[in-house]
Each structure stands twice: as C-alpha cells, then as structure tokens.
Design a protein around this ligand. Structure first.
Ligand code: F6R
Length: 259
C-alpha cells in the first residue's frame, strides 16, 4: 500500500500498459467502465481512486448506467482545492458528490476527499494517506493527465516519493482549469493532492485522456523519459496500467490495440 516507486530496471518495475482506444470520449468512457466494473464485480467492496476534471466524466456516466451495486465501494478523491467556500460547485467535494457519489449510489460515508478546512493541512494530508492505507489501499486509481504532465495535482518537479500534501498550482494548470470558473482569477492557487507515491501505491492505474490536446502528454507519459519534470511518466514503472484514449489522444502513439 505504501510501497515506494521502484528504480528503473528494478524487479517488478513497469510492464507494458494495456492501451484501449475508443472512437470518441463516450466510447472510451465505456471501455474504461469495463475495467472498473470487472474490479467491482470481483470485489463489491473495492476501493476506487477518483479523479475529477473532464477526462473521467464519460466513465462515471457509463458506471451510473451499469446495473451494478456500488453501495459497498469506497472512494478516495485525488485532490481538493484550498480556499473555496464549502459547497462551491467547483470544489472537488461537490464535483465528486454530483458526478460520482450520487449517480453511482455510493455510500457517502465511504467517499473521501482531502479536507481543505483549517490550517493543519499537513495533519489532514497525513490522515488522508493513513485512511487510504486503513481501507486496504486503492484497487483502481482513475487518473487524468494535465497538459504539463501532472497527475493528481503533482505539478512538474514533484518528487516521486511524495505523499499527500499542499501544492501550489502551476500557472498552466490554473489557465487550463479557468474554464470551470467564471473568471481566471477565481481558480485557486493551492490544493491538497495525493502524492506520486500515494497514487503509485494503487494496485491498478487507469489513465484516461481525450482530445488532440492530450496526444502529446499521453505520448510523453508512455514513451518519454521517466522524470519528475513530467510526473505522469511514472506510470511506466507501475506493474499494472491501463490507458484508455479516444482516437484524437492516441494519434502520437506508434502502436495501440484499438478495440
Ligand atoms: C483531477 C486531477 C487532474 C486532472 C487533470 C486533467 O482530480 O487530479 O490531474 O485529471 O488536470 O484534467 P481534465 O480531465 O479536465 O483534462
């Protein structure tokens, strides 16, 4: 659960990821849902790691349409903004509630989002990592990738051994996420995010990307150098990775097993 990130070439480090390509984002969402559903069917008390943002929305919609009981499933969000008022529609607590917990019928007591309240962010971060461990670790971690290679909000330069902590959002990330807010200055400057080592501790990473603007980040994540300057490249060292793309996001990959 709390294992570190293996060095390149270490025993157990990185196997080739499984790559699934859908015709469009909705098709990709159904393919990604197949991965999550097979996990939940095998273990109705599975633990899911939950991304927010646009990339997983078709997956969540496909899961909501599936006749599967999610009431014993637990969820841990990747991250939460600091500084938004409670109930703000772009707070990830709200996004997870409206896009995941309610439509899928998860038990809200089993759904966790990093706690942005108060001033003891380090304490809340440590409690969050401990809660993931206490739940037995994450079975499937759903991930998007930022245009600058972030996973969670681990911006370029984040240490591969980082745990949940406060991070200053990169200016590029604030610009990318301005589309969710009325004005660009409303985008928070800081967040709590699971660390790279926290994410890497999941037993299966499920990375989802759509659109031409994700083609280069996906190529670098899968085939670029493994470097803290491009955090998503760490997936190359994980033993179990599934990448689900639409055709536009797959255009720079040499080989894909389209379904
Ligand atoms: C969201 C998260 C981020 C997003 C990434 C891509 O919880 O941690 O890493 O996955 O910024 O965002 P979208 O999917 O909106 O392109």
């Amino acid at each position: 659960m709390t294992r570190g990130v293996p060095e390149a070439g270490a025993a157990g480090a990185g196997r080739s990821p499984r790559i699934l390509v859908g015709a469009d984002a909705q098709h990709a969402g159904r393919l990604a849902a197949g991965v999550v559903l097979s996990t939940v069917r095998a273990n109705p008390a599975a633990v899911l790691g939950l991304a927010t943002g646009s990339s997983p929305l078709p997956l969540y919609a496909a899961l909501a349409d599936a006749a599967v009981d999610f009431s014993r499933v637990s969820g841990f969000a990747l991250d939460e903004y600091l500084g938004l008022p409670d109930g703000h529609p772009q707070s990830y607590a709200e996004v997870i509630r409206t896009a995941v917990t309610e439509p899928l019928g998860l038990d809200p007591r089993r759904v966790h989002v990093p706690d942005p309240h108060g001033t003891d962010h380090a304490g809340h971060a440590a409690e969050y990592d401990a809660a993931i461990d206490a739940a037995g670790g994450v079975d499937v971690q759903i991930l998007g990738v930022g245009s600058n290679g972030h996973i969670g909000f681990n911006e370029p330069g984040s240490a591969f051994d980082s745990r949940t902590r406060v991070v200053a959002l990169a200016e590029r990330t604030r610009q990318d996420n301005a589309r969710f807010f009325d004005t660009p200055d409303q985008v928070p400057r800081e967040c709590l995010t699971q660390g790279i080592a926290t994410i890497f501790g999941a037993r299966h990473l499920l990375l989802i990307a759509h659109g031409a603007q994700k083609a280069e980040p996906v190529r670098r994540a899968l085939h670029g150098p493994v470097t803290e300057d491009f955090p998503a490249s760490i997936i190359q060292r994980h033993p179990r990775v599934t990448v689900v793309l639409d055709e536009a996001a797959a255009t720079l990959l040499g080989r894909t097993s389209a379904e």
